[in-house]
Design a protein around this ligand. Structure first.
Ligand code: SF4
Length: 223
């Protein structure tokens, strides 16, 4: 199916139905931080937190001037190779920046281990909607296998699933879920329309997003 027809499907998603599904699955965030931290692999190694953040979301996070582009986002690692001075090559889209432990750079824990997002009001759609996704092709999946599905809504591994949720919170989540599906498909269409092979120099990274080809620091390649 084309991205355009998937986008039409996403725009037609019924948020009341999505909210019903979320209510029946149930969810309350336990603040465990699992979705913000590096994931432990089967071999016991830490896998760097990797969550997509869109160009306009990066700008929202930069508003106020506290962060520059590199503080907020890193090139999506898929497709890049390890060069002598770090990653090099071409990739698509950005991931939230991580700290030395591989956790999201915006994640903080207080002394008793309770986690918090330090940019909660501006957090990207992928974070707003965790642990849910919608079954629309071309919209991305968060980390973790889908463990439950009701109607169009999929739920991914999370210890907060199955807990009672207020109708108001379910509706808010449903609206964000629809916004995310639409936004992801618009982004994918934008990437396809603006893509031109960039042929990066050794040691260079080029990131293709819906606004064109950019350097590691988010500046357009041709500037
Ligand atoms: S931006 Fe906030 S909610 Fe999203 S992964 Fe980072 S700490 Fe977690």
């Amino acid at each position: 199916m084309s991205l355009e027809s998937e986008l039409d499907r996403a725009r037609e998603l019924d948020t009341t139905e999505l909210a019903d599904a979320i209510e029946s699955i149930g969810f309350e965030c336990t603040r465990c931080g699992a979705c913000c931290k590096a994931a432990e692999t089967e071999t016991g190694e830490d896998e760097e937190h990797t969550a997509t953040v869109f160009p306009d979301e990066i700008r929202d996070l930069q508003e106020g001037g506290e962060y520059d582009h590199r503080d907020v986002a890193r090139p999506m690692p898929y497709g890049l190779t390890d060069g002598p001075e770090g990653p090099e090559g071409e990739t698509f889209e950005w991931a939230l920046q991580t700290d030395g432990c591989g956790d999201c750079t915006f994640y903080a824990e207080d002394d008793d281990g309770t986690g918090a997002c330090t940019v909660h009001d501006d957090r990207p759609l992928i974070c707003r909607t965790y642990p849910f996704s919608v079954a629309v092709e071309g919209s991305s999946q968060p980390m973790g296998e889908a463990v439950d599905r009701v109607g169009q809504v999929r739920a991914h591994e999370c210890e907060g699933l199955g807990r009672d949720i207020d109708r108001e919170d379910a509706e808010e989540l449903a609206a964000a879920l629809k916004r995310r599906a639409v936004r992801e498909l618009e982004e994918a269409i934008g990437v396809r329309e603006n893509y031109e092979p960039a042929d990066p120099e050794p040691g260079e990274v080029v990131v293709h997003d819906s606004e064109g080809a950019k350097r590691h620091d988010g500046e357009p390649v041709d500037q």
